[in-house]
Design a binder for this molecule. Structure first.
Ligand SMILES: C[S@@+](CC[C@H](N)C(=O)[O-])C[C@H]1O[C@@H](n2cnc3c(N)ncnc32)[C@H](O)[C@@H]1O
Length: 234
């Protein structure tokens, strides 16, 4: 499938607000929901955060279960009679006990944090016939990783497709986003605060300073794979 670079401008003046730090994730949530051409009545949202997916749903729901391991995020999620908020790790098999079945399991900008995605996908497959995932992949911050000679902790899109394909008949699309900044310092501030960085080895002060001086692009790069489809057994 063709890759569509999506260009987003986030200038340094506005980049200090909470919304600006989630600008790519917000776009991703909108693009993910656009893949769903039916109206699932029961939805399990893994890594639901402050409710980007729930807030975009404009049809009536019977049950919406939002899972997030961060208590702060769980507090920010909308809450009403049709919503259950579970503060838990989506990799934990105990989460799935007695959870029931859902018309759709969705996850936007979160499954890249899974410690064992294959196993978690197996769990998910017992609870739904339909999935829709948007997952950040290893071309995110590609130039930074190249300059610092580090390996991304994010999953590779081809490997990820193989994993999902074991359980689900899927369609997919890979989108590249470019987020433009006024200067390099703003870019690195964004990375620090956005929650899309990670990995075990953080750069030292000197390494960061060198990187800020050497970074050649006006924008940061993001790669997101969208996968959606139905269970192989259905
Ligand atoms: C980038 S945010 C995305 C939030 C929301 N889905 C959105 O589209 O705005 C990723 C969320 O995944 C949650 N998360 C990361 N790893 C998780 C895990 N293993 N189990 C449950 N939630 C997790 C984080 O706490 C965070 O709220």
């Amino acid at each position: 499938m063709p890759r569509n670079p999506n260009h987003i401008k986030a200038f340094s003046k506005s980049a200090d607000s909470y919304d600006a730090y989630n600008i790519v994730q917000k776009e991703v949530a909108v693009a993910l929901l656009a893949k769903i051409d039916y109206q699932p009545r029961s939805i399990l949202d893994l890594g639901a955060g402050s409710g980007a997916i729930y807030r975009l749903i404009d049809w009536e729901l019977e049950r919406f279960v939002a899972v997030d391991q961060s208590p702060q995020m769980c507090k920010k999620h909308p809450n009403d009679h049709s919503i259950e908020i579970i503060c838990a790790n989506f990799d934990d098999p105990l989460l799935y006990e007695d959870l029931g079945r859902f018309d759709l399991v969705i996850s936007s900008s979160a499954l890249q944090w899974s410690q064992h995605l294959q196993k978690t996908l197996g769990q998910i497959s017992h609870h739904t016939d339909h999935i829709a995932f948007a997952i950040f992949c290893d071309k995110t911050f590609e130039t930074i990783y190249r300059l610092t000679k580090r390996k991304s902790f994010l999953p590779n899109s081809a490997e990820l497709l193989q994993s999902v394909d074991k359980y689900f008949d899927i369609e997919h699309e890979i989108k590249e986003y470019q987020l433009t900044f006024e200067d390099n310092l703003s870019k690195f501030r964004y990375i620090k605060r956005s929650g899309v960085s990670g990995g075990d080895r953080q750069l030292s002060y000197t390494e960061t300073k060198k990187l800020i001086q050497a970074y050649p692009l006006e924008y940061l790069e993001f790669e997101v794979i969208f996968v959606w489809g139905r269970s192989k057994k259905s």
